[in-house]
Ligand binder design. Structure first.
Ligand code: GLA
Length: 338
């Protein structure tokens, strides 16, 4: 009898990950799309099958960033990003564009010998080319990423130093001119920290009162088993006052608290704490479905996560809902149980 029960459970899991049963996207169909950040390489083999059965939105992990898509002045490299968009179209998935203006992964030539006018011109050219290339295929763009520092002031990026704080409004205007239907997001991390959240709040308020075409707020959601659900709820609730859509754009839950934590196996204690956070996060997301219009995981499974190399190179992490064999973890079943 016991054997029969465990066989039935195993079959149910197999069906769900092999595409015959329900995936995350199906459990959440009355709430919001469930997305995942991918590389073109993850769109083949068993990962592709998992993606198709579980998710209904894609974000390019890296290949739409400036250094990849526009490596030299006047030269765009669309190939890798086009593969992701083509896979999405063939399988009926939405695509979030990520990201147009950021202080990282932007090649040096962009800032070389740039006056304010030159840099604005380069930014406009880039945004116009990329957004137009995917017009009608990408429904939402992270237009500006991480412009506010942890202390709540403008980040002293090259963008800020050369153009001044108006680069943010300009980026939204250029993106809107290129695709009037795309929903344009401001995206950032660590919004649980009060000073940062206040700074972002002021920025959003300013953009809205100047009638800039901001259409949503992206909360990256790089959390850890140490994160406080109360702080996350507080941050998210503050942004809902703008009556703009909020999306969780880069969700993962690190099993380490600190940079100094030593490499560890995935212990039962880590797993328990991760389950508790995932469960409460999704309860909270569901109860705010009026505002939350998308939740995207950053990477597919524990087989590979950017957290394996950040903030400590080579420290294996286990931050997602699928394990290294692509099997749903216990946290998965808590997220879909409601
Ligand atoms: C930030 C960026 C993402 C990605 C992650 C780490 O959150 O927005 O594009 O680079 O860091 O992988």
């Amino acid at each position: 009898m016991k054997l029969l029960r465990s066989n039935i459970i195993a079959l149910a899991i197999l069906l769900s990950v092999s595409g015959f049963g329900q995936g995350l996207k199906d459990y959440y169909k009355d709430y919001f799309p469930i997305g995942v950040a991918v590389t073109p390489q993850s769109l083949t083999g068993d990962e592709a099958e998992l993606i198709k059965s579980q998710f209904n939105s894609l974000t390019a992990e890296n290949v739409m960033k400036w250094e990849k898509i526009h490596p030299e002045e006047g030269r765009y490299d669309w190939e890798a990003a086009d593969k992701i968009v083509a896979f999405a179209q063939a399988n009926n998935l939405k695509v979030r564009g990520h990201c147009l203006v950021w202080h990282r992964q932007t090649p040096d030539w962009v800032f070389k010998d740039a006056t304010k006018e030159i840099l604005l011109q380069r930014m406009k050219e880039h945004i116009t080319a990329v957004v137009s290339h995917y017009k009608g295929k990408i429904y939402a763009w992270d237009v500006v990423n991480e412009a506010i520092d942890d202390d709540g002031n403008y980040r002293e990026s090259q963008w800020y130093k050369i153009i001044g704080k108006d680069y943010i409004a300009k980026a939204f205007e250029y993106a809107h001119e290129a695709d009037r239907d795309a929903i344009l997001f401001y995206n950032d991390y660590n919004m649980e920290s009060a000073p940062k959240r206040q700074g972002i709040n002021k920025l959003i308020q300013k953009l809205i009162s100047a009638s800039e075409p901001i259409g949503g707020i992206g909360i990256q959601g790089h959390w850890s088993i140490n994160s406080s659900i109360a702080d996350i709820e507080e941050a998210t609730s503050m942004f809902t006052q703008f009556h703009l859509p909020v999306q969780i754009t880069e969700l993962d839950v690190s099993v380490y608290h600190h940079k100094s934590d030593p490499q560890s196996n995935y212990t039962p204690e880590m797993e328990e704490r991760q389950i508790i956070l995932y469960k409460s996060l999704f309860e909270f997301f569901r109860s705010n479905k009026k505002y939350i219009t998308g939740v995207t995981f950053w990477n597919v499974s524990d087989r590979h996560s950017w957290l394996d190399n950040f903030p400590v190179k080579g420290r294996k992490n286990y931050p997602l809902l699928f394990d290294q064999q692509l099997k749903p973890k216990r946290a998965y079943f808590e997220v879909v149980k409601f």
